[in-house]
Design a protein around this ligand. Sequence first.
Ligand code: KPL
Length: 296
Amino acid sequence: MAEAHWHVLGAGAIGCLFAAALARSGSGVTLVTRGHSGRRRLRIEDSGATTEVELPVCGLHDAGQIATLLVTTKAYDVVDAVAAVAPRLADDANVLLLVNGMGLAQELRSRHPRLQVYSGTTTQGAYRRDPTHICHAGHGDTLIGRPGQAEPPPWFGQWVRAVPRCRWESEIEAALWSKLAVNCVINPLTALHGCRNGELALRAELRAEVEALCREVTQVSYAAGYTQTAQTIGDSVARVIAGTADNRSSMLQDVSAGRPTEIDYITGYLLRIAEEHGIPAQRNRAIFEEVKAIAH
Ligand code: KPL
């Protein structure tokens, strides 16, 4: 059977990093952009060494069928971006969502029932020095899965070949939730206080806010059946704060750049689950409103 050809929608740092990794390990890859078709040379910098890879680029509305799509856009762009390429998607196309937050896989499944929608989460760190120059800043784990699917699909072998520390996760919802839980605490607080992640552990008033949010996330996690996250959220948040102390969170970067934030898919998703279980989650609700007030 021929290997999957990957179309990558969302040519930000993470999209380019995975596109380059797939291409370098022998997979066919095309970047899908809002611009014109052509070729793009990407430079990937990793631990001081820079490698180059040139990829074909197509426009959103070009002809040509898409059988396997990796989506790495901002969460708030996913629905529109997938709708834009929908006429090109094969009947049973595979769509792998590697985006922040939760709720989008369900939304895509209900809008496009024929698609095979998979989800992923990664702790790989990357940022763009410019649109073609990506800095691979941190090596992490990449988990991919689909609710109810114990065994990976055939295309997953291409990911194992391309991406170190990539594994199939049969409990992908729990993995996504545990990342969401950490993001619910760190991202809005750093965005509201305009601080780097590490400051959340240094200032007493911010430590108190972290604790209050963690208590609510624990409550919601227990109610939703994510027991492991409920039992470990405090330690996980402390570890991520320490490990990414110098980082400006993605939400702080979005607010600083005047972009929309992903709050609807992070705290907003937590609040929807809290409501389903009759939990008020007042601190999370307040912080959700505050982020809404300062951002788009
Ligand atoms: O995922 C992140 C983000 O900024 O979105 C963390 C882990 C908080 C790192 O900054």
